[in-house]
Design a protein around this ligand. Structure first.
Ligand SMILES: NC(=O)c1ccc[n+]([C@@H]2O[C@H](COP(=O)([O-])OP(=O)(O)OC[C@H]3O[C@@H](n4cnc5c(N)ncnc54)[C@H](OP(=O)(O)O)[C@@H]3O)[C@@H](O)[C@H]2O)c1
Length: 244
């Protein structure tokens, strides 16, 4: 008998943790999480969840993780959340000026925000395609909108999210022919309290810094209401379309 299951990738993200908690608290869905740091998922609440730990996000590691999901033939993945996002770390600061553009930083950001999500999508699609509806959410950002770029800055992060959006647009055209049961959603959570936004929170207007719990509830409603229309939706936390 099929066991409807939610798959959360990059599961140590703050928003991913809220999605995982709401999955086990509110739905009858099974849960599979994939992350490099599984410590959050050691709590008893997740005793019935499958926790897959990866050393890295190289393509062979991604395929090993997918193979271990396939082992349980009863698993039916109905929702996928791909949550990777890198804006800053010990050696990367988002560029304010063109002169700050750096090859190594750009490559690292592209790798985390664009290449890794696309490798998941590439390798998951053959497994997910079939008769049952599957919604796949890839975390994007409004700053990835070329049309919406009015203030500049953050060259690498913007470019990585814009590239992800273009790749998703292209994938949606192919999937509309070859995997009609898969709906793609490119999602902007809004500024959400997490390690990613921490250094930039002081400029956020009152009431505009969201909790990960709020964003997760909004996202579940968006996913539930989305339809198999053969397109990728680029939407914010309200479900409102963002210009590409
Ligand atoms: N927070 C915001 O204000 C905000 C606003 C707009 C868009 N977003 C987007 O929302 C998503 C989730 O953000 P968050 O705030 O929840 O982030 P977060 O708590 O900082 O989590 C970071 C996530 O990125 C993954 N990651 C970090 N470095 C990586 C690397 N080098 N390669 C591959 N994966 C890497 C982590 O994977 P592990 O689980 O393996 O550690 C984790 O899933 C991201 O795509 C982010 O760009 C966030």
């Amino acid at each position: 008998m099929a066991n409807p299951t939610t798959l959360i990738i990059g599961a140590n993200s703050e928003i991913a943790k809220a999605l995982a908690l709401q999955t086990v608290n509110k739905s009858n869905n099974g849960l599979i999480v994939i992350t490099r740091d599984p410590s959050f998922y050691l709590q008893p609440l997740f005793r019935n969840s499958k926790v897959i730990t990866l050393a890295d996000y190289q393509e062979y590691s991604i395929n090993e993780a997918i193979d271990s999901i396939k082992e349980n033939k009863a698993t039916l993945i109905t929702n996928v959340f791909i949550c990777h996002g890198l804006l800053h770390n010990q050696h990367i600061t988002p560029e304010k000026r063109l002169q700050a553009f750096d090859v190594d930083s750009f490559t690292e950001v592209m790798n985390a925000n664009t290449i890794t999500p696309m490798l998941w999508l590439k390798n998951l699609v053959p497994y997910l395609s079939g008769k049952e509806t599957c919604k796949v959410v890839i975390f994007s950002a409004r700053v990835g909108s070329i049309a919406d770029n009015k203030i500049g800055g953050w060259y690498s992060y913007r470019a990585s999210k814009a590239a992800t959006n273009m790749l998703l647009k292209t994938a949606a055209i192919e999937l509309a022919r070859t995997a009609k049961n898969i709906k793609l959603i490119s999602f902007h959570p809004g500024t959400t309290d997490s390690p990613l936004s921490k250094p930039f929170q002081k400029n956020v207007p009152e009431g505009k810094l969201f909790t990960s719990e709020f964003v997760a509830s909004q996202l579940f409603a968006i996913v539930d209401n989305s339809e198999l229309d053969g397109e990728v939706s680029f939407v914010d936390w309200q479900g409102k379309s963002i210009p590409w």
